[in-house]
Design a protein around this ligand. Structure first.
Ligand code: HEM
Length: 412
């Protein structure tokens, strides 16, 4: 039975109070859930408690890179509980890849692979460049202080994803507006109003997509919807799976990339010597994207459940025990990254970052996201070399997605 508004509000209020009290009593994970401006010292506190520790909130928590990597690749853990029960906070992802375990996961991922693969990113580069240039033209035409998030960081990934999925021009504004309202699903819903608004947004985007799917069926193009439709016809997937898949991709690929671009520009402008280095050597833009993913990851944590009793770092985690991977913390583990709190775009981060997870749920859009950030950083530093901060930032209110809601900048 669905909880009433009063019950839901009471549950959320209890949850927030409990977290606040546990945080005040020193639990590092509870402090992280309180969404501090700077969570990184709390990840260090978590690591100081051992490779794995039990939070007073019940979860087993790690910020140790080696252990985090091992858990994400461990076939004895899953995104659902052992009996397949859904993670209640994952409503949006119920039937999407990220919300299911094998064998469903294996099948859905195989279906999506040809539409989202490594080679795809190369095909997108010229389109990404074109969008970046157009957005920068608009910023320069305004010739005044501007909000980088709304003027650039939010626009590029949504435009790319709309192309990729196959959203027609006339539905772009609706798609952008609805996608923004779905963001709390990725961030973790925290208020009653958000549950109402996001549920309504899922309904709206589903309706929008059902119309577009019908259109693409009649007239296929080179986009994700058109490529998936024949698979419904030949029985490889159901229509009930196609809609969540095309709904999930904009959700997974937009707000994450938005914050990679935002967090990267913030780190570069906060470390002016790195910005100057990038201006002198624009070929370091790919390194700047990698280093941002390590230094200030857009997705800070992942959750798994043990499917059998597992021994991990001296603990016996029982069946359905919840494991929290503090990826933002693991990315600053000094065992793997020397001098981890230093932002250095010449650092060879390579495959070591856990910013895109690891194992079977490894992000399918990683190459595309990195290409977008690389082209964005290189183009911004070339075309607006005097880009500078023009006021205080306002952070988003999520402990999962790390980024800014407002980022005032000036062009000179
Ligand atoms: C900077 C940008 C991005 C970041 C940081 C990011 C991060 C992640 C992470 C951490 C996961 C796995 C979460 C877990 O293990 O619990 C994931 C999964 C996924 N991502 Fe991304 N992502 C980004 C961009 C994209 C883009 C652009 C797309 C698509 C165009 C995309 C599509 C997906 C898909 C389909 C999955 C599910 C994979 C699976 O469950 O097997 N992501 N992403």
């Amino acid at each position: 039975m669905r909880p009433t508004e009063r019950q839901l509000r009471a549950q959320l209020a209890f949850f927030h109070d409990f977290i606040r009290i546990q945080g005040a009593q020193g639990d590092p994970y509870a402090k992280v859930l309180g969404v501090p401006d700077n969570p990184y010292p709390h990840y260090e506190e978590a690591r100081a408690r051992g490779r794995l520790h039990r939070s007073t909130l019940g979860s087993w928590v790690t910020a140790d890179h080696g252990l985090a990597n091992q858990i994400l690749r461990d076939r004895r853990v899953g995104v659902r509980k052992a009996n397949g029960e859904k993670n209640p906070e994952f409503i949006a992802f119920d039937n999407s890849m990220l919300g299911v375990d094998p064998p469903d996961h294996t099948r859905l991922r195989r279906i999506a692979a040809p539409t989202l693969n490594h080679r795809m990113a190369d095909g997108w580069r010229s389109r990404v460049q074109e969008i970046c240039d157009r957005l920068i033209d608009d910023i320069l035409a305004e010739d005044g202080p501007f909000d980088f998030m709304t003027a650039f960081a939010q626009r590029l990934p949504v435009a790319v994803i709309a192309d990729l999925v196959g959203i027609p021009e006339r539905s772009r504004a609706d798609f952008h507006r609805i996608s923004r309202r779905m963001v709390p699903l990725l961030e973790g819903v925290v208020t009653y109003e958000q549950t109402q608004s996001t549920e309504a947004a899922i309904k709206e985007i589903t309706e929008l997509l059902v119309d577009i799917i019908a259109e693409r069926k009649a007239e296929p193009r080179d986009d994700m919807i058109s490529r998936l439709l024949p698979l419904v016809d030949d029985g490889s997937m159901t229509m009930a799976e196609l809609v969540p898949m095309v709904t999930f991709v904009p959700l997974a690929g937009s707000e994450t990339t938005v914050n990679l671009i935002g967090n990267g520009i913030l780190a570069l402008l906060t470390h002016p010597e790195q910005w100057r280095l990038l201006a002198e050597r624009p070929e370091l833009a790919a390194g700047a994207a990698e280093e941002t993913l390590r230094y200030d990851a857009p997705v800070q944590q992942y959750r798994r459940f043990a499917h059998e009793e597992i021994e991990l770092a001296g603990w016996k985690v029982p069946v359905d025990g919840e494991l929290t991977i503090l990826a933002g913390g693991a990315n600053r583990d000094p065992q793997v990254f020397p001098d981890p709190n230093t932002f250095d775009i010449t650092r060879a981060v390579g495959a070591d970052t856990l910013a895109f997870s690891a194992g079977i749920h490894y992000c399918m859009g990683a190459s595309l996201a990195k290409a977008e950030a690389e082209i964005a950083f290189a183009t911004l530093v070339r075309r607006i070399p005097r880009l500078r901060r023009a006021g205080p930032i306002r952070r988003g209110g999520s402990f999962i997605i790390r980024g800014m809601a407002e980022f005032p900048l000036a062009t000179r």
